[in-house]
Write a new protein. Sequence first.
Length: 271
Amino acid sequence: MSRMVSTAEARPFLKWAGGKQALAEQLVDRFPARFAAYYEPFLGGGSVFFTLAPGTAVLGDANAWLMDTFEAVRKDWREVAAALGTFRNTKQDYLKLRTKGPAALGLFERAALFIYLNKTCFRGLFRVNREGMFNVPYGAYKRRYFDPIVLHAASERLRGATLRHGDFESSLDGVRCGDFVYLDPPYYKLGGYSDFNRYTPGQFRADDHLRLAAACRRLDSRGVRWAVSNSDTPFVRAAYRGFKVERVSGRREINLNSGRRDVPELLIRNY
């Protein structure tokens, strides 16, 4: 690529089930106008991060392969693009590449495989079996699965970010009064396809949601502002009782019934 890109062009290079691309502008409009560092411990596809474009960010996720992919794009997007250029979007190639174990690949090949599988699998799901092997069906989408310009712009935007792999609590290490935290965990169960929460080899269960709510209360006591997205359920409302709760209109692309993809969800804030 010869042309220069602006970080203003940065946008998600992954399709993430439960991602916030359709809601990102609404959410950012509700975020504080000023803060020191931005923390996002459930990064996913990074829609909110790319929309907000903070100067200083700490980004984390429990999905190690995902975070390796962000690291590779930040480090050398050209290497990732070169590896992506060797793949073909056919069912035969997809099924063959799906059998590759990411641990045996170098950083850039591992990232390219993640992006390829993500953009060619069914609805951008991330699901692995007990052996850690990716097992989502082929999506049969006749579209380009990567754009060098998008990778380049994302790489430039990520240069100002600290990337962490681990549980949300470890991703919050170092947060201080004056910082802002956005948390978008796998949603508490609603029923049906909207309950898909296998973004990592493990799952995010009710106890984890309560642990997250407790962490938010600790942040609040230290003067750290935060916002949490989650499903509109009595369980979630009870967990965050005492904080500002607002319903926003979300869209679950994972739902097979297009008429049921618009699902009200909550934005919970302590400011």
